[in-house]
Design a protein around this ligand. Sequence first.
Ligand SMILES: Cc1cc2nc3c(=O)[nH]c(=O)nc-3n(C[C@H](O)[C@H](O)[C@H](O)COP(=O)(O)O)c2cc1C
Length: 175
Amino acid sequence: MNAVVVYQSKYGATKKYAQWIAESLSCDIKENKNLKAEVLLPYDTIIYGGGLYAESIAGVGLITKHLSLLEGKKLIVYTTGLTPVTCREYYDKLVAEKNFKGDSLSKIKVYHFPGRMFMNELSFVHKTAIKTLKKIISGKENPTEMEKLLLDLCDTEGDFTDKNALKNLLAYVSE
Ligand SMILES: Cc1cc2nc3c(=O)[nH]c(=O)nc-3n(C[C@H](O)[C@H](O)[C@H](O)COP(=O)(O)O)c2cc1C
């Protein structure tokens, strides 16, 4: 198997999963810093990981915007976020609709893994975004279930990364 894992990570969780995957598969690992899709051409299996930011998967356009170029390859995307992975409506609707247009999901297998967040590590812009979101939702008289969940997530701190979460992805790569 000729595989590569590519990641885009600001706070380290997505990078950690990429390193675990690369160790398990003994495959190449690359950081997505303005990578061109052409660098993926030598590989049969491409695993892309991106942190979730306001439902967007960081840098996933490297895969989703080049599906024709990557035709015939085994394509896998994983996300890293704080929303519990059991929250299927969030991942299967919001995240799917925002990141995967048309029939792209028929060509890409997607996995979701728990990430990490510590307020004192966040950039000024991210800290402000979280505080603003909290203020907006707290001011709502009748928040939706999704808004209540978001409010909880704004107050969540911890490192929830878990190597065992990779089991299904690794099994799929080997299929
Ligand atoms: C500004 C901001 C927005 C975020 N938005 C989401 C989100 O929409 N969904 C989610 O599940 N987690 C969200 N998170 C949590 C991140 O996905 C989590 O910190 C993850 O570990 C980021 O990946 P990284 O550590 O590789 O950068 C957000 C975090 C920040 C700071």
